[in-house]
Design a protein around this ligand. Sequence first.
Ligand SMILES: *Cc1c(COP(=O)(O)O)cnc(C)c1O
Length: 419
Amino acid sequence: MTKPPWLHFENVWLPYAQMKTAPLPLPVVSARGARLRLADGRELIDGIASWWTMCHGYGHPHIVAAVEKELRELPHVMFGGLAHEPGYRLAARLAALLPGDLRHVFFTESGSVAVEVAMKMAVQFWLNQGERRTKFVSFRNAYHGDTFLAMSVCDPEEGMHRMFRGVVAEQFVAELPESTEKARELDRLLEVHRREIAAVIVEPLVQGAGGMRFHSLEVCAELRRLCERHDLLLIFDEIFTGFGRTGSLFACEQAGVVPDVICLSKALTGGTVPLAATVASEKVYAAFLSDDPEAALMHGPTFMAYPLGCAAANASLDLFESEPRIAQAQAIEAQLREELACCAHMPGVREVRVKGAIGVVQMERVVDALGLRAKFVEKGCWIKPFGDVVYLTPPLVISASDLSALTRAICETLRKPLD
Ligand SMILES: *Cc1c(COP(=O)(O)O)cnc(C)c1O
């Protein structure tokens, strides 16, 4: 492929990449629906939805129109002391969609920062009541972001931040309560350390970047029970699972569990503009109401409630109302189950698992991610394995035939590994 003149590594530093050996990325010039168009005219079907963001596909006209209109009217205005309708309306809509009394919305611009804010809220929730609790409980294989506090609740051994052990804050890392015995262990940990612990943080139903691992609804319910028993806050990080990915609008709905704080980002704007939200329950919010100005939540990003992002998110929520997105996620689940089943008994494959619009081929060992990726590209597919998983999280609007092309590419490639 002839390389466009701008594509070189003189100035750009890529995410999670060893720049000495990284191959040049594929130049993308445009995208529509579930397809990326490359500079040389080839098209790739996107099996990843740009890191799980692009739920309505690329270039959905309703979102494009909303962002264009906002860009002309009010692309940005500070949220401190000034107000704009898209932000206030989005907060009200999120509050109406979220379960229970999760209705106090704090906007930021990225998932990691939404997690930072949730953790800060939890610590200050206790400080405002005269208690100093600085620790968090998180779980093996968790991933909550790349900033320092978020890194501290990622899996400290298997996670991608393991080299920062001893540098980031030490937290309690537990096993998910997936059995009675593990639940008892967690119960004991919480019993012993409850006075130090501000909150328990978890990705409900699916741990994403830590290996696309699923757990049951019962695990979420057990975490809620344990937090009640020990009077701890429960934070749900739904940055990956939110907005239809697991087959319901939010994973916590399926579990019938209401956390004290929930973090949203990724698909919040349909993948078009960076935006995130940390949403607190009445109980958490109430702990910040005081005649003492010091009790206020001390946070406020420059681009807080970025109007273009809020306009995009409002348009995205319109689409969840007007188009059958959740039904599409459920149809993707059925198709992934059927079409990935062929991989289950291949050599090197441990299992195939599917939840909502997430299909995972769990390999026995770490894969040659770059080698596999290149094979998929030859077949016209953008699929990005990591660690020991090959997975699909397509845009929820993907056609059945494009989804079949993705699953076929996986089955054919894994059947004949790198030759
Ligand atoms: C992606 C992700 C984050 C971090 O979001 P960024 O926008 O990349 O900072 C946090 N938690 C979960 C569960 C995620 O999937």
